[in-house]
Design a protein around this ligand. Structure first.
Ligand SMILES: C[S@@+](CC[C@H](N)C(=O)[O-])C[C@H]1O[C@@H](n2cnc3c(N)ncnc32)[C@H](O)[C@@H]1O
Ligand code: SF4
Length: 325
């Protein structure tokens, strides 16, 4: 059985945020019809050669779905004994639903907090305030051991606010993205954020307490296989990349891309540079000169088996990558 990560996309939100380029809409009256297509897509996939290691239900705002609707999706998937994440917006998380999420097998919540500063939340057009964000984190923490939050930094005219101590005590994982314009994809933060040392920067935009690194995202970052269901979802299977189109009510699989050995190598080097675990040295034969120079300038650290980008290196990831591929 081959390990597999499963992503399920729920493209509905109460309100669209101006900065967001993820596939989503506010036509929540279409949720049931969308779920019917989604269940059909999942049921048509042959899972027989795969062991599902992680499930990630992302959006959009998956917490807009009732637990019954979520359960109907999970029932289409093989049992997963690993991480099962649900993305939730702070303003749509309720106690009744938290209890039900646990019962149906969700074991990790990822909350889109975005900021701990009210003016920043307002400028982003978020529906929650700081008090509601903290209340949602408390609720999530009451029912889930593994709670993550998303924050956005580099917002013009708004300084980044580090999560308060009471929040840090309740969470296990933080993703911190740099604000991108609508026509770009979500970029990574280059400057490290000043968090307590128990939050280890294990990937350029992600910090976790030891043992709470996102198992699902690590599959993406280590070149593992994943299948994405739903509008705009991406997949990597049998050395092919493909994605679904983004027409929410009528999405189709498109863009099948065969990967060459060079593509795979270039991707492995980039993904490795983003990770604290680094790039295996055996992926970089004939790069001794470049590595020596980068190490002398403090951009990488070289261990007997790996090359690891330092904080200074993470600020110039693209340049490091170009030197090493
Ligand atoms: C797919 S969104 C879903 C999260 C959830 N709907 C919410 O808004 O709370 C996942 C995360 O991507 C990040 N994000 C979305 N648009 C972004 C942008 N333009 N720049 C940086 N981060 C962005 C936000 O941190 C968000 O929580
Ligand atoms: S940031 Fe979240 S709530 Fe806002 S539009 Fe994007 S997916 Fe929807």
């Amino acid at each position: 059985m081959k390990p597999l990560a499963v992503y399920v996309h729920i493209p509905f939100c109460e309100k669209r945020c101006g900065y967001c380029d993820f596939v989503s809409c506010t036509q929540t009256q279409n949720i049931d019809a969308y779920l019917e297509n989604l269940r059909a897509e999942i049921c048509a996939f042959d899972f027989s050669h795969y062991a599902v290691k992680t499930i990630y239900i992302g959006g959009g705002t998956p917490s807009l779905l009732s637990p019954k609707q979520l359960e109907s999706l999970l029932n289409c998937l093989p049992t997963c004994n690993g991480e099962v994440t649900l993305e939730a917006n702070p303003n749509s998380l309720t106690e009744v639903n938290c209890k039900a999420y646990r019962r149906i097998g969700i074991n990790r919540l990822s909350l889109g907090v975005q900021s701990f500063d009210l003016a920043t939340l307002r400028s982003l057009g978020r529906l929650h305030d700081v008090k509601q964000a903290i209340a949602a984190i408390k609720l999530a923490h009451k029912y889930f051991d593994n709670v993550s939050i998303d924050l956005i930094k580099d917002i013009p005219e708004h300084a980044f606010v580090v999560p308060p101590q009471e929040v840090l005590a309740m969470i296990k994982h933080i993703s911190i993205y740099s604000l991108t314009k609508n026509d770009q994809c979500v970029l990574d933060t280059d400057e490290p954020v000043n968090l307590p040392p128990e939050f280890i920067r294990y990937e350029v935009s992600n910090y976790a307490r030891q043992g709470y690194e996102s198992q699902h995202n690590l599959v993406y970052w280590t070149g593992g296989e994943y299948i994405g269901f739903g509008a705009g979802a991406h997949s990597l299977l049998n050395n092919q990349r493909f994605c679904n189109s983004s027409q929410i009510m009528n999405y189709r699989r498109e863009n099948v891309q065969e990967r060459t050995a060079e593509d795979i190598h270039a991707e492995q080097v980039m993904l490795g540079l983003r990770l604290r675990s680094g790039v295996a040295l055996n992926l970089l034969p004939n790069k001794e000169q470049e590595l020596k120079m980068l190490a002398e300038h403090g951009f990488v650290k070289i261990t007997p088996t790996h090359v690891i980008a330092t904080d200074a290196g993470l600020k110039v990831l693209n340049q490091l990558w170009l030197k090493l591929v």
